[in-house]
Write a protein that binds this ligand. Structure first.
Ligand SMILES: [Zn+2]
Length: 270
């Protein structure tokens, strides 16, 4: 009996491993700065330590386009792929991350908010420390260095709360502004606060995006939804040991854990 149970259990784990080990870890960063109390501001030294770990351990950073071609067309990826994404387009992504990425021949994606380019971070009143976002000149340099840019809407709203009209504006105008100014196609978008619903996906699709990045809420884990790609947050206090797991072949567990945590919290609240 014990032997059969062990056999079934190992088959279950093997099945889960086979199902998920080819998924690409997509990391979500915000600021790179020492800001006590801001869980979205990762100290630059910690970021450097993470890039060192990736480069010394055979990881390859990939672009959103490579991820798209892999999931949609089965195109091959380099060994140990990982996608690095930065939300909101903070200036420190340019001054801290870009030199390190260039030095290590890595690539990353930034999602600037199109009405908040080269401005102070006042799109939300979360008592955050004032800082600037990258201006157009810096975004141009980011792009010329081989990095990618995606949309993060015009004003950073909760998209499911937008009217049909403002939803279309948020999606279409941000794409248009970025494409016009940067002279490239903007194929990918990232949902503010990782928040979206079926209507959002429909509108994102209609606006001409090829894929959209979320966080963990409402993302399916058993199949790939190109308009609900899960990402793993890298918080300010990120140990290297946990980071290693977040880029490993079992990284999907981190998304699942956050989803279960949310389910339990909602259940306790009732
Ligand atoms: Zn954001």
């Amino acid at each position: 009996m014990l032997l059969i149970s062990l056999l079934l259990l190992s088959m279950l784990f093997l099945g889960i491993y086979l199902k998920f080990h080819k998924r690409v870890p997509i990391l979500m960063y915000h600021r790179l700065a020492n800001v006590p109390g801001d869980r979205n501001a990762l100290p630059p030294d910690t970021f450097k330590e993470q890039l060192d770990y990736l480069s010394h351990n055979g990881f390859t950073t990939i672009t959103m386009q490579m991820l798209y071609d892999y999931y949609q067309h089965g195109k091959k990826l380099p060994a140990k792929p990982v996608l690095l994404t930065f939300d909101d387009g903070y200036e420190d992504n340019f001054s801290v991350a870009l030199p390190l990425l260039i030095e290590k021949q890595m690539v990353a994606t930034v999602f600037p908010i199109s009405a908040w380019i080269g401005k102070e971070n006042k799109w939300e009143n979360f008592n955050k420390k004032p800082t600037m976002t990258m201006d157009w000149a810096k975004l141009h340099q980011w792009k010329s260095a081989g990095m990618e840019i995606g949309s993060h809407t015009v004003n950073h709203p909760f998209l499911p709360q937008c009217s049909k009209k403002s939803l279309a504006i948020e999606l279409e105008q941000s794409k248009f502004f970025l494409e016009t100014e940067l002279k490239c196609t903007i194929d990918f978008i990232c949902y503010p606060y990782g928040s979206f619903n079926a209507e959002t996906i429909k509108a994102v699709n209609a606006s001409g995006y090829k894929a959209a990045f979320a966080i963990f809420d409402h993302v399916p884990l058993w199949q790939i939804d190109m308009f609900a790609l899960p990402r793993i947050p890298i918080p300010a206090r990120q140990s290297l040991a946990e980071f290693k797991l977040k880029v490993s072949s079992i990284h999907v567990i981190f998304i699942a854990l956050r989803q279960w945590e949310r389910i339990v919290k909602n259940w306790l609240r009732k």
